[in-house]
Design a protein around this ligand. Structure first.
Ligand code: IPD
Ligand code: CA
Ligand code: CA
Length: 272
């Protein structure tokens, strides 16, 4: 794959993402059909499905040899990272979308042999595009994002994003360490759209985002964008981070890695 071919893929990915955003804004004014998937809080709408289908059709037409791994299952099942895989979340933050809360995004990460090359996170309602091409820096609406290392961050001055799920006892992590972490930082927030929260870490407006379980389409684009600004994205339990699995994910300023890891203690009887 040469530079010219990558440029072509990047242009397509960006054009389709912006176009998909326009479709979402338009469809929001029509009646939205909401259904549940695995449980009452796991929602999908006709808009998620239509946007995913739009990407699938574009890929079938322009890059039939590429694989698609997308949340609503229109892609073929991806079992290996051979060749090029597009990881797409057509709407990340579906619950916000259903409630007409503005924080949701389209997330598109393009990988070759498991290495991230192109990442796009499009904040649909605010028309803000976070993007990165491997080795070429990260941008927010065309403006270069500074490497996170231009400033230092201490845990007691940090703002983290983490969901209500961390307030409950769970199977993987020792709860009292998590509670202690919550008392040590400056503040905790959560918006309910993983891709946007990772983009905010890359932008340096929050210092870390902790998720108990994310899927590849939630973080694939964000990982590429974060890499370009020297941010970290890792699985705190398994350093090998197999992108095809669901797993706990931490995205953070590099200064916070150690102190976060000191609080993410795996239970001895972890029953994952
Ligand atoms: C969800 C959101 C949410 C995160 C969940 C994701 P969806 O994605 O990103 O913030 O906590 O783990 O599944 O279902 O809205 O695409
Ligand atoms: Ca998602
Ligand atoms: Ca989604």
């Amino acid at each position: 794959m040469n530079d010219r071919q990558w440029l072509q893929i990047y242009k397509h990915a960006k054009q389709w993402t912006i176009e998909a955003g326009e479709r979402i804004r338009k469809m929001m004014n029509e009646t939205i059909k909401v259904t549940t998937k695995n449980h009452k809080s796991d929602l999908v709408t006709n808009v998620d499905q239509a946007v995913e289908l739009f990407f699938l059709k574009q890929l079938e037409k322009n890059y039939p040899e590429h694989q698609l791994m997308a949340e609503e299952g229109s892609g073929r099942r991806v079992a290996s990272l051979d060749n090029i895989v597009w990881f797409i979340d057509p709407i990340d933050g579906t619950t916000n979308f259903v409630h007409k809360k503005r924080d949701f995004a389209i997330s598109v990460g393009i990988y070759k042999e498991g290495i991230g090359y192109i990442g796009l996170i499009y904040d649909v309602m605010d028309d803000i595009l976070y993007e990165a091409v491997k080795g070429k820096g990260a941008f927010k609406n065309g403006k270069s994002l500074r490497p996170l290392t231009h400033k230092t961050v201490a845990l007691d001055q940090s703002m983290l994003h983490m969901s209500h799920a961390w307030l409950l006892e769970h199977t993987i992590f020792e709860h009292h360490h998590i509670k202690r972490l919550m008392t040590m930082v400056r503040s905790i927030r959560y918006i309910g759209a993983a891709s946007l929260e990772i983009a905010y870490v890359a932008e340096g407006i929050i210092d870390g985002y902790l998720a108990i379980k994310l899927s590849s389409w939630d973080f694939a684009a964000g990982q590429i964008i974060l890499n370009e600004v020297d941010g970290l994205l890792f699985n705190p339990v398994d350093p090998s981070l197999n992108i095809l699995s669901n797993q706990p994910i931490v995205a953070c300023h590099p200064d916070l890695r150690e102190s976060l890891m000191n609080h993410l203690i795996v239970k001895k009887n972890d029953s994952r």
